[in-house]
Design a protein around this ligand. Structure first.
Ligand code: FAD
Ligand code: NAI
Length: 465
């Protein structure tokens, strides 16, 4: 080791950083991970994926009981909301999982260095008054909320909040305005809608969920509207103030026009996230960020400075936990001299609303730009299990190359879409065709049969529509 303290020093313990640290240690490298939060697991485990899913799950059960959906199944009785207990189970989930990472660090002999890391050279990082020298440094510092100019987020006030504040609201708002019809806005907007709030989503573009297949975006909008969420599309927010415990939001058409003031009890700002590099002193390591604030990397996750690597939300690409995790494994393997690869063309994405909205690969628009395609669709209403479970909203869409039949993209709106998309990703990773999916035996009755039928529809021969 000469005078190195570590073979691998990871900055940040989110899904990218903690996975990289564990895999590096598994490969026999002396590894430490610097984390400034009080618990490990990053955004995802502390204030992101996990707490949001805990609230989505609980609020969905509440809504099923409170709206009379369960009564239709013969399950009767009135329910009341105990929001404090709902928050407590969310905190328990977070505590259990973040503690689990601490256990895994101990098990794999990864040292947790507590505090904020800042480069002092190309191979040294300072944390407080201590300095650590490492043969390899992995930047996995993640991302945080993009601020909206003119709007001050104050999570403590519980009036103008970001996603972290929206997870912690002590009472159900009468009216919640969500700025941004993206993933966070729709997931957390759904939580509070189900718990009784009126929810209005203000979106700058003329459609929600940018980046997804356009037909899926339009169908999703219909489903959310049916659930009672209101939308103000092509609308921009120009300012917000807090008066007498209420937020007053000024909005106007994106293309310009008359200003309207909307009053809300809570405003959620969810217009995207930006990479965390402030205070890292990247310049001391000889690194700079690109125009979007990201650390640029090569295909093997190396940066322009030898021995410094970067992964997860801080590098270009989708800001998703599973993408960060896979990059964590790959970067550790590359550092160890193995070949770590992530196929960035096949990263599934899921919006965990009800129904879930999931996709992998190309949208229909992107696929058409590349050549001739065939598209097969199947409505969830024609899937026996979904229909039986009263989960008929949604569809599956398979996009295949017209000549080779290779699957280029799969898009799903279905109650179990997030689970179903895994088999589509796997088929695509294996270079599968729509015929491969159509002739694979799927268990009956399952929601997954809808994917098989959509693949059969690509061949022109679905059975159940
Ligand atoms: P992060 O998880 O952001 O972790 C980075 C860590 O580095 C942080 O803990 C931070 O404290 C630490 N850090 C930063 N700088 C320093 C420093 N200088 N010194 C020491 N420590 C530092 N993704 C999904 O795939 N599925 C979901 O369901 C999902 N839900 C989400 C819900 C919400 C509300 C939010 C906000 C995000 C969600 N995401 C989801 C996105 C997901 O959380 C991120 O893509 C993922 O956490 C990125 O992982 P990361 O390791 O790159 O960074
Ligand atoms: P997002 O990028 O998904 O959506 C932001 C939305 O805000 C876009 O529709 C955009 O057009 C709109 N917008 C931007 N500026 C605006 C303005 N001034 N006024 C009105 N609308 C405006 O970002 P979001 O929802 O904040 O999520 C951030 C990241 O977190 C995403 O990249 C996502 O990958 C990740 N995430 C993933 C989840 C999942 O995988 N289920 C869940 C939650 C977050």
């Amino acid at each position: 080791m000469a005078d190195y303290d570590f073979d691998v020093l990871v900055i940040g313990s989110g899904p990218g950083g903690y996975v990289a640290a564990i895999r590096a240690a598994q490969l026999g490298l002396k590894t430490a991970c610097i984390e400034s939060r009080e618990t490990l697991g990053g955004t995802c485990l502390n204030v992101g994926c996990i707490p949001s899913k805990a609230m989505l799950h609980a609020s969905e059960l509440f809504e099923e009981a409170a709206s009379g959906k369960l009564a239709k199944l013969g399950i009767k009785g009135s329910v009341t909301l105990d929001l404090e207990t709902m928050h407590a189970q969310r905190r328990d989930a977070v505590k259990g999982l973040t503690g689990g990472i601490e256990y895994l660090f101990k098990k794999n002999k990864v040292e947790w260095i507590k505090g904020r890391g800042a480069f002092t050279g190309a191979d040294t990082v300072a944390v407080g008054d201590k300095s650590y020298r490492a043969r390899n440094i992995v930047i996995a510092t993640g991302s945080s909320v993009t601020p909206l100019p003119g709007i001050t987020v104050d999570n403590d006030s519980q009036i103008i909040v970001d996603s972290t504040g929206a997870l912690e609201l002590a009472k159900v708002p009468g009216h919640m305005i969500v700025i941004g019809g993206g993933v966070i806005g729709l997931e957390l907007g759904s939580v509070w809608k189900r718990l009784g709030a009126k929810v209005t989503v203000v979106e700058y573009l003329d459609m929600i969920l940018p980046g997804m297949d356009s037909e899926i975006r339009k169908e999703s909008l219909k489903v959310f509207k049916k659930q009672g969420i209101e939308f103000k599309l092509s609308t921009k927010v120009t300012g917000a103030s807090v008066e007498g415990g209420k937020a007053m939001l000024s909005v106007e058409p994106s293309a310009g026009g008359d200003t309207e003031i909307i009053e809300a009890d809570v405003v959620l700002v969810s217009i995207g996230r930006r990479p965390n590099t402030d205070g890292l002193a990247l310049d001391k390591a000889g690194l700079a960020v690109n125009g979007r604030g990201q650390v640029e990397i090569d295909h093997d996750f190396s940066t322009s400075v030898p021995g410094i690597w970067a992964i997860g939300d801080v590098v270009p690409g989708p800001m998703l936990a599973h993408k960060a995790e896979d990059e964590g494994i790959a970067v550790a393997e590359n550092i160890a001299g193995l070949t770590g690869i992530v196929n960035h063309d096949i990263i599934p994405s899921v919006v965990y609303t009800m129904p879930e909205i999931a996709g992998v690969g190309l949208t229909e628009e992107q696929a058409k730009e590349r050549g001739e395609i065939k598209v097969g669709k199947f409505p969830m209403m024609a899937n026996s299990r979904a229909k039986t479970n009263h989960e008929g909203d949604g569809m599956v869409k398979v996009i295949a190359d017209a000549k080779t039949d290779r699957v280029l993209g799969v898009w799903i709106i279905a109650s179990l879409g997030g689970t179903m998309i895994a088999q589509a990703a796997q088929a695509m990773e294996f270079g599968g065709t729509s015929e491969d999916i159509a002739y694979t035996c799927h268990a009956h009755p399952t929601h997954s049969e809808a994917l098989k039928e959509a693949a059969m529809a690509v061949q022109g021969k679905p059975i159940h529509i």
